[in-house]
Design a protein around this ligand. Structure first.
Ligand code: SF4
Ligand code: SF4
Length: 486
């Protein structure tokens, strides 16, 4: 039975292994852009489904945004609130939207109410907490709207973890690093801990997440000292990831090795004193590289567009949307199976480019990526790209390939590089050179993990091969972490 939403898109059907339905749909559609796909579909009839053994259960951790409004205006904000107080007309997650996430909630163990704006601004947050009280719940806030009566209600709703985003004296962080803000923050933590103990409860546990940059690293000892004194349960020291070039110099990624060692030294001292301080869920210390990524299979992160979640704790999205799928279908679609294949069975060099420059996977690479981005000449690349594309359109394939190959020698944005590989791959499909086409489509997907058509070709081309998938799935660190939270 094919869902109504999926019925119209043959690429969705292929990426969820419904090849017969896709074939039926495409046979009645003479759109020339789909003729190559139809030809390949015909050729792979009766071939095994690619990477079919790389299936997994839906994720146990689900991040849900409750608010699209925030008035704090932190300069380091990655949700877009630097210059605005709201990023969506409907300022809060509605009950209907929340209910649409129920199939995911049912599958999960930990529900984290986080962002995109200020979680506690949502007028519905207590309803959501009531509905999830049997799960382990997390709520992330700046703490600004948190009053004593709000805290009592959080206790009544059985909230397990209350996490504050706080960056000490960083001028681009929460409260701009102002002395009054910092003083008010610690006063609040002190009061909340007092209330909690008077209430004779252990929850919510208090957690603090600090985006560490070059400015606040100098006063981290002070911040950790207060955390220790006020019996904060855990402190996450996460390197501030600059979203704009202008903030790169303030981040730890500038002169990374020195800053990494400095941060690790601080962590070491405070862990010895008994404070639970770490850089991420898995790691106590900041590393150059982690492999495989700890997020894989464990987190789904709903954001601005609810039907296009990211499938990890960073921003990696997929070419298909959740709409029309049960969690287990979406979670086992081809793009997710392929992500598992790359992370568990391949070399680091084959990972999606997005992962190679993600700090949780390889913090060192983040700094190198920034340097590379500054040398790209977009206009020059675009002119050459358009020229080579036109040559392909008029079927001058040799000249087109030559143009694309020359362009590949230049520094390029990932999405442009992906498109070039895609075109080169399509030319190879036209020429029926499927092995080379496969190599190109792998590259196209690597440089743009949301490229749906490239993914579709990759699926079909992989079907010709018996891909060995020895899974080196490392110990499920998250599952251990999850069970410790029940
Ligand atoms: S409190 Fe959070 S959402 Fe609001 S501006 Fe600061 S970083 Fe952005
Ligand atoms: S972007 Fe890749 S490496 Fe980073 S958290 Fe997501 S899956 Fe992991």
């Amino acid at each position: 039975m094919v869902n109504e939403y999926l019925r119209n898109d043959p690429l969705d059907l292929i990426l969820t292994d419904k090849l017969n339905e896709a074939f039926f749909l495409l046979s009645g559609n003479k759109k020339c852009s789909n003729q190559l796909i139809l030809k390949l579909l015909n050729a792979v009839k009766d071939k095994p489904v690619p990477l079919k053994n790389l299936r997994a259960f839906p994720p146990k951790i689900i991040n849900i945004p409750t608010s699209y409004k925030c008035t704090l205006g932190c300069k380091m904000c990655s949700s877009g609130f630097q210059n605005t107080t709201s990023i969506r007309e409907e300022k809060f997650l509605t009950h209907d939207e929340f209910n649409s996430l129920m199939p995911w909630i049912k599958e999960s163990s930990i529900i984290s109410f986080v962002g995109l704006g200020e979680t506690l601004e949502s007028p519905y947050i207590f309803d959501f907490l009531e509905k999830t009280r049997k799960k382990t719940t997390y709520l992330v806030t700046s703490g600004v709207p948190l009053k004593e009566n709000t805290f009592f209600r959080l206790i009544e709703c059985n909230l397990d973890y209350l996490q504050f985003s706080f960056d000490g004296n960083s001028s681009i962080g929460h409260g701009g690093g102002k002395k009054n803000y910092i003083r008010g923050f610690w006063e609040k933590i002190k009061t909340l801990q007092k209330i909690k103990h008077e209430h004779s409860g252990k929850t919510p546990k208090i957690s603090i997440r600090v985006a560490v940059d070059k400015e606040n690293i100098a006063s981290l000892d002070e911040l950790l000292n207060f955390s220790y004194e006020y019996k904060v349960n855990e402190v996450f020291l996460v390197p501030f990831v600059p979203i704009e070039q202008m903030f790169f110099d303030t981040s730890l990624f500038d002169n990374f090795n020195v800053n990494k060692n400095r941060l690790n030294q601080i962590i070491k001292i405070w862990r010895k004193k008994g404070l639970d301080v770490r850089t991420s869920i898995k790691n106590i210390f900041l590393h150059n590289a982690n492999s495989p990524c700890m997020s894989i299979d464990n987190i789904v992160n709903f954001g601005y567009e609810l039907d296009s979640p990211t499938v990890c704790c960073s921003s990696l999205s997929l070419p298909i949307k959740t709409q029309g799928y049960l969690p287990k279908e979406f979670w086992n679609s081809f793009p997710l199976r392929y992500l598992r294949y790359l992370h568990f069975s391949c070399e680091q060099t084959e990972l999606p480019e997005f992962c190679k420059t993600c700090w949780t996977e390889n913090a060192k690479n983040v700094s190198e990526n920034y340097e590379q981005l500054t040398t790209i000449n977009h206009e020059d690349a675009l002119t050459l790209y358009n020229k080579a594309s036109e040559l392909k359109r008029i079927k001058k394939y040799l000249e087109s390939q030559k143009g694309f190959n020359q362009l590949l020698k230049k520094p390029l944005h990932s999405s442009t590089r992906s498109s070039i590989y895609f075109h080169l791959g399509e030319i190879k499909i036209i020429k029926e050179n499927y092995n080379e086409a496969l190599s190109y489509m792998k590259q196209a997907v690597k440089f743009n993990y949301t490229h749906k058509r490239a993914f579709t070709y990759l699926y079909l081309l992989l079907s010709f091969h018996d891909v060995p998938t020895p899974i080196q799935r490392k110990k499920k660190v998250y599952l251990k972490w999850i069970s410790s939270r029940k």
